[in-house]
Design a protein around this ligand. Structure first.
Ligand SMILES: *Cc1c(COP(=O)(O)O)cnc(C)c1O
Length: 356
């Protein structure tokens, strides 16, 4: 096991076995004497990887044929713009504001569209997920962030959208929680958190959402990218290769259900300690607490800084909160082993004894 546990929210830790596989194949992909870094994006080797990744994802998430899977660039953030560009079609669009990332999605949608915020917990410090939305029927879609990475909030049950198609930014919990894809018109995620490296975004789109949009450049057109099997232009080939390895790894771990249960166990170890400590605190409504990003504070800025520093000295790195929040954030995606959380819990107990 590698000695350093990287608790960063993203780019995040990859399983050691995946890193070793990449190392092993780096100079010669499957005995070809050609590196995956050099493989052409329209070669049969590369199409083999795209097709294998799509088939594995389809199996892991039980995705029916009525959906398309597509690999894109521009990060999760580019989808914030592409979603309204492709799906608004002159109608109002609805958003739920649960923190930093959903606010960024709203900001982008607002540039081109009449944008309604149908739910927000901003006034309450983003401490819960708004569930009573009252979405007007004429909205083109409702957008949620399935896991609010900076605020430590995660949907387990989904809100009622009044029949309006639901779109989810699942950047930080795709394949970490077993959502039913049939509940979504689109689910999308940058791969750098739970599914590989940076530079790649994955989208799963229900086909009835796809229409010709007048005046939309091809590079921003989901339909075009899907028609071209994710190689409309040069795709991020190496990132797709890494995601394919990660998908296979998820399957080897027993799939999404098994990993989700393990994630809930890892998170529970931390929340239990925080709640009984009388020293650490978390401000999120218990049923809405994320199993991927656990946020907490000692309620003393100096101690919070010290916590991050002393943990790093024990090879547990990147425990500081997102720049929009306070205190600490522990990102425990699929690839974070249980031993790492046990080690952190031990550290937290010792830190409390020392400074309380
Ligand atoms: C990290 C993150 C993003 C931003 O991803 P980029 O790929 O950097 O654009 C968006 N949404 C959520 C929920 C995230 O966690």
């Amino acid at each position: 096991m590698r000695p350093v546990y990287n608790f960063s929210a993203g780019p995040a830790m990859l399983p050691e076995s995946v890193l070793l596989k990449i190392q092993d194949e780096l100079l010669s992909y499957q005995g070809s004497n050609v590196s995956m870094l050099e493989v052409n994006h329209r070669s049969s080797e590369f199409f083999g990887i795209i097709d294998h990744a799509k088939a594995t994802l389809k199996e892991l998430m039980n995705i029916p044929d009525t959906y398309s899977i597509v690999f894109l660039q521009g990060g999760t953030s580019q989808q914030f713009a592409m979603i309204p560009m492709n799906f608004a079609k002159g109608r109002r669009v609805a958003y739920v504001d649960t923190g930093f990332w959903s606010a960024k999605a709203i900001e982008e949608a607002h540039i081109l569209n009449d944008t309604l915020v149908v739910g927000s917990s901003k006034e309450d410090g983003y401490s819960y997920l708004p569930m009573d939305l009252n979405v007007p029927e004429d909205c083109a879609y409702v957008h949620i962030t399935t896991n609010a990475t900076s605020e430590g909030l995660m949907y387990r049950d989904l809100p009622d959208t009044n029949g309006v198609p639901l779109i989810g930014d699942a950047c930080s919990n795709i394949l970490g929680f077993p959502y039913d894809i049939n509940d979504f018109a689109m689910l999308y995620a940058g791969t750098q958190k739970n599914l590989g490296m940076s530079g790649l975004t994955l989208a799963i789109i229900r086909n009835d959402m796809l229409h010709d949009v007048e005046g939309l450049p091809y590079i921003f057109d989901y339909k075009k990218h899907i028609q071209e099997n994710s190689v409309y232009n040069t795709s991020p080939t190496f990132a797709i290769y890494v995601t394919d390895l990660m998908l296979t790894w998820v399957k080897e771990q027993g799939g999404v259900e098994a990993l989700s249960q393990q994630n809930e166990r890892k998170a529970a170890m931390l929340y239990e300690l925080i709640d009984r400590s009388g020293f650490y605190s978390n401000w999120v409504k218990p049923s809405d607490r994320s199993s991927m990003n656990v946020v907490f504070t000692t309620n003393d800025e100096t101690l919070d800084t010290l916590f991050v520093e002393e943990a790093a000295q024990e090879d547990m790195i990147n425990l500081g909160a997102h720049r929009s929040s306070r205190g600490m954030r522990v990102s425990i995606y699929n690839a974070m082993p249980v031993e790492a959380v046990e080690k952190l819990v031990d550290f937290m107990n010792r830190f409390q004894e020392k400074y309380q």
